[in-house]
Each structure stands twice: as structure tokens, then as C-alpha cells.
Design a protein around this ligand. Structure first.
Ligand code: NCD
Length: 307
């Protein structure tokens, strides 16, 4: 990791990079919680360009920059920009890049878009999701959450469940986890939504243990973490969505059948796959997970700015 770097893929991060980011995130958390007003990013500008909807990722980047004492400029919704007149995202980015931001955070439905943006822009580009491909900063906050709740990442047994084919958080999380020792990943999904070949190939190369399951039942009591994801409705055709809708669902009643309930994570937003009655369980850590995103993104911004 170095000043000025682009963040395009989770594969860029080594084990020691992840450990370093966690240390910085914890340190920044302590300072913020102590009421310190940070000025590390004073005079710097973070530009957020989201060409796909987002709540947590966009806002936590913006809050992260604000809490570091920096400035935030947002592209704004489609109807108030020239996108509505048919301008390409490439032209928009090229223009804003010429205004000299210090970091550009992009999200776009096209796989590979962040890499393309990094070629166009002088400013460092952070991938906040490129279609079904990757979401590296989500994976960083996910492993930060695992570390905070278990005290370690080595030796973790995790079930990742849901839309593993079109879900970009799954590929990035798998890549980051593959840096750690003795990790076991159970991929739990209907056959039609199994992880993409390119993801499994990397796990094979890195000798990370995994298994493909259709139901969570048999694995449940072995899991430290169950990571649930929604069906990526916007990335599949309507018939496929209707056919697969409701094909997996985690409820309080379902979890209560097991002697041991794992920690429950979810990148959010949830739709029907994780019912709200689960929220009362002490194992439900998805809102903490979202909060951890703030500190992890502060840490990442700090590294990129070199402050
Ligand atoms: C995820 C995403 O955008 O990929 N959301 C997020 O960033 N927390 C998950 C999703 O949309 O299902």
C-alpha cells in the first residue's frame, strides 16, 4: 500500500496490508470516540461518483473524509447532471479529474469500470463496486468486522450465502480471506447462483479450502460467521429473479433450531433474505459491520493521501 494508489481489486491487499489497515482503523476509531477533531485531510478533496444506487458505501466514504477534516464533493443524482443529457461517465470523470480532486470514489454497473476510470483519471481511484465484479472496500470492512468479533481472521469458518454469482462483495471477501491461514469458506446458494469460476480458480491457486452447498443446515454448527447476501435483482433477468426469489431465507425461527448460532453478517441492504426478527440476537452484527465501514474507509483514505 502506498500514497496515491488506486484501489481496484481486493487482490491488491496482502495479509500485512489488511493488518495494517485494521491497526489504523482502530487507532482512528479511538481518536474519534475520544471526541478528537481530526485535521489529517485538511484542504483535501474526495469526489464521490456513483452511477449506481448506494447508501452505506457513498455516505460512509463521505463521513470518513469529513471526520478526517477533509472536503467532499458528490456527483449528485442523474437528473441534475449532464448524464441526463447523455454524457458518458468517462467524460464526466475526465472533467472532474481536471478540477484536481485528491481521491475519486466510483461505482458503476459495468464490470471493469473502476480500472477504466483509473486509466482516465490522474487522481487515485477507489472502486466502490463495478457491476458483479468486485467491491474491495466492503471486503476490507468485512474482515475488520470478523477480526473485531472473533479477535482473529486465521482459522475462521465462514458460510457465505445467497447470490454468489452476481454479488460483488463475495468475490472481494473471498480474495481477502484467502490471505489468511486455515480459512474454510462454505458457499451456500442455489446451483444457479454459485460463485463465478474466476473466483473459485483464485481460491484453488491460493489453496483456500471451500465447499459448495445448496442448504446451510449441515454446515451451520461449524460456522463462526454466516454472511448473508441479497439476490442482485438488477443484474439478472426478471424470470431468473422470480424463479429464485425466496429460495433461501434466514429467520429467527430457523436459527433457533441450532445449538450454536454463528455471527450473522450482511453487507446490506437486506430485502427478504434476512428477516428483521433476527436483529434482536446478540449474533446479529450487520449494523456494527456497517459502522466499521466508516473507520476502515478513514484508514484507507489516510493511506491514499499519505497523511
Ligand atoms: C453491496 C453492494 O453494493 O454490492 N452493498 C454495499 O455496498 N454495502 C451489497 C448489495 O447491494 O447487495
Amino acid at each position: 500500500m502506498y500514497k496515491g494508489m488506486d484501489v481496484i481489486s481486493a487482490l491488491q491487499f496482502s495479509r500485512s496490508d489488511v493488518e495494517k489497515l485494521i491497526t489504523i482503523a482502530e487507532e482512528l476509531r479511538r481518536r474519534v470516540e475520544n471526541g478528537e477533531k481530526l485535521e489529517l485531510a485538511k484542504g483535501r478533496i474526495l469526489f464521490t461518483a456513483f452511477f449506481e444506487p448506494s447508501t452505506r458505501t457513498r455516505l460512509s466514504f463521505q463521513f470518513a473524509m469529513a471526520k478526517l477534516g477533509g472536503n467532499v464533493i458528490d456527483l449528485g443524482p442523474e437528473e441534475v447532471t449532464s448524464r441526463a443529457k447523455g454524457e458518458s461517465p468517462e467524460d464526466t470523470l475526465r472533467t472532474v479529474d481536471s478540477y484536481d480532486p485528491d481521491i475519486i470514489v466510483v461505482r458503476h454497473r459495468e464490470p471493469g469500470f473502476a480500472a477504466k476510470a483509473a486509466e482516465i483519471c490522474r487522481a487515485p481511484v477507489v472502486n466502490a463496486g463495478d457491476g458483479y465484479n468486485e467491491h474491495p472496500t466492503q471486503a476490507l470492512l468485512d474482515v475488520y468486522t470478523i477480526w473485531r468479533s472473533l479477535g482473529r481472521i486465521d482459522g475462521v469458518t465462514i458460510g457465505v450465502m445467497g447470490d454468489l454469482k452476481y454479488g460483488r462483495t463475495i468475490s472481494s471477501l473471498s480474495y481477502i480471506l484467502s490471505n489468511f491461514r486455515d480459512v474454510t469458506i462454505y458457499f451456500i446458494s442455489p446451483q444457479a447462483l454459485r460463485p463465478r469460476e474466476e473466483v473459485l480458480k483464485i481460491l484453488d491457486q491460493r489453496r483456500t479450502r471451500y465447499e459448495l452447498l445448496e442448504k446451510p443446515d449441515d454446515a451451520m454448527e461449524k460456522l463462526n460467521i454466516l454472511y448473508v447476501t441479497r439476490l442482485q435483482k438488477e443484474r439478472m433477468n426478471p424470470e431468473e429473479y422470480e424463479r429464485l426469489k425466496g429460495s433461501y431465507i434466514i429467520t429467527y425461527e430457523y436459527l433457533s433450531r441450532f445449538k450454536k448460532i454463528p455471527m450473522i453478517m450482511h453487507p446490506l441492504p437486506r430485502v427478504w433474505e434476512l428477516t428483521t426478527d433476527v436483529d434482536v440476537l446478540p449474533q446479529a452484527i450487520y449494523f456494527e459491520q456497517a459502522k466499521n465501514g466508516l473507520y476502515m474507509r478513514m484508514a484507507l483514505i489516510k493511506i491514499i493521501l499519505g497523511v
